[in-house]
Structure formats: structure tokens, C-alpha cells
Design a protein around this ligand. Sequence first.
Ligand SMILES: [Zn+2]
Ligand SMILES: [Zn+2]
Length: 448
Amino acid sequence: MKYAFGVLLCSLAGLRGAMPLLAQNDLDQRVAKELDSLVATYKHLHENPELSTQEKESSALVAAELRKIGYDVTDHFGQYDSPGLISYGIVGVLRNGSGPTVYVRTDMDALPIVENTGLPYASHVKVKRADGAEVGVMHACGHDIHMSVFLGTARMLAQLKQQWSGTLVMLGQPAEETVGGAHAMLRAGLFTKFPKPDYVLALHDGSDLPAGKVGWHEGSILAGADSVDIIVRGYGGHGAAPQRAKDPILIASEIVVALQTIVSREMDPQIPTVVTVGSFHAGTKHNIIPDEAHLQLTVRTMTPVQREKVLAAITRITKGIAAAAGVPADRAPIIEVAKDNVPATINNPELTRRVAAALERGLGKENVLPGEPAMASEDFSLYALEDPKPPICMFHLGAADPAKWQAAKETGARLPGPHSAEFAPVPEPTIRTGVKAMTSAVLELLKK
Ligand SMILES: [Zn+2]
Ligand SMILES: [Zn+2]
């Protein structure tokens, strides 16, 4: 009986491409065996979230688990800008003969949000911020799902060593939400102190897809984000004597309005761009014209060329309006683009198509869907820019309750997603699918 079943599986194997059904069946069974412990780990992580740069216990758990299953682990890897800040970065290496090197990255940090899911394993963690205020902490971006899938994938690939050849590097990255973690690990020499990557993979969960499904998109998938500060300088004076002043509030107001023409008149309407003025501060009193006005902008772009174009337009418009208002050159606006910008996340097309084909084989075609780019940002993008500039690919992991997802689709009911206090991934199917998906992708890239 067993034999006959095996023959039947093998005879169908050709239909599924490179991963024969027998191997697929083996992976399904192995994941099923680990699922209870992975879900328990998930619930523990969810109940005990840690803010960016404070991932002490989460990273210790990830490191201990990787060591237990045979990875060569380096912990506390990374170098932040601020001296004295410890990095909780983890690098776990599993060498398995000759072949390419694949990095799999998880993030580990949570958000300052008071959880409102009502789940039995909801977080009640509260921490004091630097200013003394108390904030709730919640894994509202699902990085706890990412860690659980990451550990499941690490276990699978350690168990399935006979099916692949090469080097696997499991990367536990801190501080994604505050955009310092990837930079800290790269600055400390990630790609020189550890094997050079041929590919870097990651996934992100969300409620755009139901649990059981994954989505992919080649090219730009997440926007680049820049923070821009503009100080508009005029000459202060009495509010009753505007002729003796140069009013920075009026000039800054004209700048705010004119900046909106960048998206509407200068950029290709087919390529999404966002320019938002999120903060406008000036003045102290009704009858005083202040010396300065301060604007703060967020800029979202999908390519480096587009980014340069938008930043140049901001500078041109800002300086031009100030000059037109008669502000002398030595009082020209000061425009500062923050150094900690995040570039757009661009999925390497060739790698992404290869990963997508592996996902279809691993999960079934019906569970792998084309995804949509979003204007959110990720510091995963940085790994593609560091020498040897490896191809990167991040795919989407459905985490929504399938029934709620269906209802939301049909009736427009609200479905809380990442960064919401009510974001509640369904653990079992999400983790099961994530482990199968990531393992299938790595097996494809490291196949013998
Ligand atoms: Zn997030
Ligand atoms: Zn996230």
C-alpha cells in the first residue's frame, strides 16, 4: 500500500516541476510536526514584544534556537550610529558543501502600540520612553510571525540537508521599525565577516491576503522614504508693519501649496509618488511676524531616479519661491534631507520569478498570487545596495483570517492590518504556509 502510494506520487511528480511530490509531501509532514512548537513560540513572542533596539530576549530566543539545531551563531552583531547602543543582531550560518550562499532575514522588533485584539496571548507589556511617558508595546507589524517562520525554516533546512548544497545564513535583524537595524549590521561588516551573499530573501505578513496564500511582485514593491526639513527664513517684525518684514509664514504657505505640483505636474502619473507636509511650525503670537517657519515633509518614491527628481524639485521650488518673495540669497531657505533615508525595496526580477515558481511548486499554484506594490518602506532594501549588491526578494505572506478576509472583500468590512492595534494574524495557517514557502524558495536556490 505504501509502495503503491509512492508510485502514484512519483508518477504525478513531473506535473509539479523541480520539487517532486514525494519531497513536497515530506516537507508538509515535517512542517506539521514542528507546527505546535512554532505556534507556542509565536504566542510567547507575541505576548512579550520588545521595541526597536531593545530586542534582548527575542534575539536570545532566536540565537538559542539556531544554536540548538546546529547553526554557527554570532550574536550582538551590528554597530549603531549612537555609541553605547547594543545591537541584538543575530547571524546563524549553516555550511553544507559547495554552492551559492542564501541569506534569509527576519526582523524582530515591535511597535509602541497598546494592543487591542482581545486575544488570550495579547501583549500587556508597557515600557517607559526616554521622556518618561509609558507606552504599550505590541507586535503590530507581525515580526513575531516572521521570527516563528524563520525558526521553522531554519529547522526544515537543517533537517533537509541532503536536499541542498551551499551555505545558508539566517539573519535576525533588530530595529526595522526605526530603520537602523539593517544599516547597523551592514556597517559592522555583515557581507565581509560572513559568507558573501548570492541571494537575500525575506517575507512580510499582512492582511491583504488570507492565511494560506502568498503574493509576489517583481521590481519596486515598497517605496523609498525620505524625511526633509525646510527652514524658511525671512525677517521678523511687527504684525502691523509687514512692509518692514519678510513674512516667512506666507512664503512657507506658498511653498506647501507649490510642492503639491511636483506629484500632479512633474512626475509620471504611472509611477506612484507621495510628497506630504506633515508639520508646519512658525511664530509665537498674533502680532509678531517671525523670523522663520519650519516645514517637515515625508517623500515616498519607487526608484532612485524618481527620488532624485523629487528632491531636486523640492529644492528648486522652495528656493524659487523664497527668491520670488525677495528673500536675499544669504537668507535662502535651508533644506535638509535626513541621512537615515530608506531606499525603495526593489525585488530583483530574475530572482523573484525563480522564487515565485518555487512558491507555486511548494504551495500549489492557486495559493500564489501576484501582489501589489505599496508606499510603505522597509530597510530590507539596504541589503541590495551593499557590495556585492546581491539580488533580493521579499514576498508577502497572507495572515488574515480567511473568513474575515472574504467578508471584507464582499462587504467592505474593516480588516485591521499591520500597525493597527487590532492586527491579529491567524497563527497556524500563517506559520505553516510561511515555513513551507520560505523553505521551498531556499531549496530552489540551493538545489543540487
Ligand atoms: Zn512595520
Ligand atoms: Zn514590518
